[in-house]
Design a protein around this ligand. Structure first.
Ligand code: ZN
Length: 455
C-alpha cells in the first residue's frame, strides 16, 4: 500500500488532526463563576437539578457552535486528503484503503452494514423502551438532551470504594469468587497502594492525583512480560467498570505470555476487547463486594446490563456516517448534515432519542463530538464487534455455567493474536457474527435478565 506521493498527504493529515485537537482542547466555558473545560462540564449532566443540567448543556453546546464551522472545514480537508490516499494506492475509495490499513481481513463493509441493520431492527426498540421508562421515572413530559445521563430516580452517585487500595481489596474478592486462577493472577499485580507510576516496577497505578495523565488502560510490558494497569480512580462506579475491564486485558496478556513471537502476544482490538468487556459482565454476580446494599447492587447491575446494549446504536451511527462520507467524498455541508440526521433517525441514537424543539441548530453538528472521526477514521466499530462477543460469552455463563464460560475464555485468550479473528472467537465458543440474528438473540436475553433485577 505504500506510495511515495502519500507520504506528504499523511503529514498533512497529522497536522489537520492536531489542529482539530487544539481547537477542541482549547474550548472552555464560564460556569458557576469559574472557567471550566468541557470534560469538567460532564459531571453536571448527572446533577439531580434539571435546571443545572439544562444550563450546563446549553453553555457547552453554544461553545461548540462557535468552532463548528472551523471543525467542519478541517473535516472537509481530511476527507479529500484521505480520498486521495486511497486513489493513489489504486483503490476505489478510502473505505477500501482503511480496511486494508487496519488489517481487516476477516470482515468487509457488508458485515458492518449487517451490524447497522441489527442496531436498527433489534436495538432501537430496546432503547426506546428504556427512554420511555426514563421519562416516567423522571416525571417529565419529554426527554431533552440534558436528561439522558442523570440517574432516572435522581439518586446520588454510587460510591463503591474509597481509594486504590480499597478498590484492589474488593476486586480481589470479586475475582477470587469468580475463578481462583484469575483471582491469583489479579493478586499478583499488587495491592493498589502505588502512587509513583511504573518506575518502581509496580504493575498497578490506580489513584487519580494532580498532574497525572487522564484515562485508563492496560499494556503488556514486552520485555518483562508483565502487564501494567493505569487509571484515575476517584471512587466512582465507572472506576469499578474500568478496573475489571483493564483486569480482563491483563489476564489476556498473562494468559499468552509464553507465546514466543512478540507479535502474537497482542491480538486484534475486535478480540482484545472481548477479554476486557466480558469481565465487566462476568464479574457482575460478585459486585456485592462493592455494593453490600442490595438496592445499590441492583442499580449497578442494571446500569451495566442496559449499557451493554444501549451503546450499540451510537457505534452504528458513527460507523455508517463514515461509510457514507468516504464513499461520497465530494459531498457538501448540507448533504452531510442531512445524512447525519437521517442516520440518527435510523438508529435512534443520541439526537433521535430526545426532543430538539428550539435547539435544532446544535443537532446537525453532534457528530463533531466523536473525536475518532478526525484522528482515527473507521476505528470504532471494533467496540461493537467485541461487545457482541462479550455478550455471547456472558450468555454462555448464564446458560452453560460460569465454569464453562471461563474455561473457554482462558483457552481463547491463551492464543493471543496467533489466529485470525474468526478462529479466536471460535476458540471461546463464540460466533464471529454481528448481524441481526446474533444481536437479536442477545438483546432478548439481556431483556430477560433485566426483568429479574429489581428496579
Ligand atoms: Zn479496553
Amino acid at each position: 500500500m505504500f506510495r511515495e506521493e502519500n507520504v506528504p498527504i499523511q503529514t498533512e493529515l497529522d497536522q489537520l488532526s492536531q489542529k482539530q485537537q487544539q481547537i477542541t482542547g482549547a474550548m472552555t466555558v464560564e460556569f458557576e463563576g469559574e472557567e471550566k473545560t468541557l470534560p469538567q462540564m460532564g459531571k453536571y449532566q448527572e446533577s439531580a437539578d434539571r435546571g443545572v443540567r439544562e444550563k450546563a448543556y446549553k453553555v457547552v453546546a453554544d461553545r461548540r457552535m462557535q468552532d463548528a464551522e472551523a471543525i467542519s472545514e478541517i473535516y472537509d480537508q481530511m476527507v479529500s486528503r484521505r480520498d486521495a490516499l486511497g486513489k493513489n494506492a489504486g483503490l476505489a475509495n478510502y473505505v477500501e484503503y482503511a480496511f486494508k490499513g487496519m488489517l481487516r481481513f476477516d470482515y468487509t463493509p457488508e458485515h458492518c452494514f449487517a451490524f447497522h441493520a441489527a442496531c436498527e431492527k433489534e436495538v432501537m426498540p430496546f432503547c426506546a423502551a428504556l427512554d420511555k421508562k426514563r421519562v416516567e421515572q423522571l416525571g417529565i413530559d419529554k426527554l431533552m438532551p440534558w436528561d439522558v445521563s442523570v440517574d432516572p430516580k435522581n439518586r446520588p452517585p454510587l460510591r463503591p470504594f474509597t481509594d486504590g487500595a480499597d478498590l484492589v481489596a474488593k476486586t480481589r474478592q470479586v475475582f477470587n469468587r469468580l475463578d481462583p486462577e484469575l483471582g491469583e493472577m489479579f493478586a499478583s499485580m499488587g495491592d493498589g497502594k502505588n502512587t509513583s507510576g511504573i518506575a518502581t516496577g509496580e504493575l498497578l497505578d490506580l489513584d487519580t492525583r494532580r498532574g497525572k495523565a487522564p484515562g485508563g488502560y492496560q499494556y503488556m510490558q514486552d520485555k518483562s512480560r508483565k502487564p501494567f494497569i493505569f487509571m484515575n480512580a476517584a471512587g466512582l462506579h465507572r472506576d469499578v467498570e474500568t478496573m475489571v475491564h483493564e483486569a480482563g486485558h491483563a489476564f489476556h496478556s498473562m494468559l499468552c505470555d509464553d507465546e514466543p513471537l512478540l507479535h502474537y502476544r497482542h491480538s486484534p482490538i475486535e478480540f482484545a476487547e472481548v477479554a476486557s468487556m466480558s469481565m465487566e459482565l462476568l464479574t457482575m454476580p460478585y459486585w456485592d463486594a462493592y455494593y453490600p446494599d442490595p438496592s445499590e447492587l441492583a442499580r449497578a447491575r442494571r446500569k451495566q446490563m442496559e449499557g451493554s446494549i444501549s451503546l450499540l446504536p451510537w457505534i452504528a451511527t458513527i460507523d455508517a456516517f463514515q461509510h457514507w462520507v468516504y464513499t461520497h467524498p465530494k459531498h457538501t455541508h448540507q448533504d452531510r448534515q442531512a445524512r447525519w440526521l437521517e442516520l440518527e433517525h435510523r438508529f435512534g441514537s443520541a439526537g433521535a432519542r430526545v426532543s430538539w424543539d428550539g435547539l435544532e441548530k446544535w443537532r446537525t453538528h453532534l457528530w463533531q463530538r466523536q473525536g475518532h472521526l478526525f484522528g482515527v477514521p473507521f476505528y470504532y466499530i471494533e467496540y461493537g464487534i467485541a461487545q457482541i462477543g462479550a455478550l455471547q460469552l456472558w450468555l454462555r455463563s448464564v446458560e452453560e455455567g460460569e465454569a464453562v464460560a471461563l474455561e473457554a475464555y482462558k483457552a481463547a485468550m491463551s492464543l493471543g493474536g496467533s489466529r485470525p479473528l474468526p478462529e479466536l472467537f471460535a476458540a471461546a465458543g463464540l460466533t464471529f457474527d454481528f448481524g441481526p440474528e446474533t444481536v437479536g438473540r442477545l438483546v432478548e436475553r439481556v431483556q430477560a435478565e433485566l426483568e429479574k433485577i429489581p428496579d
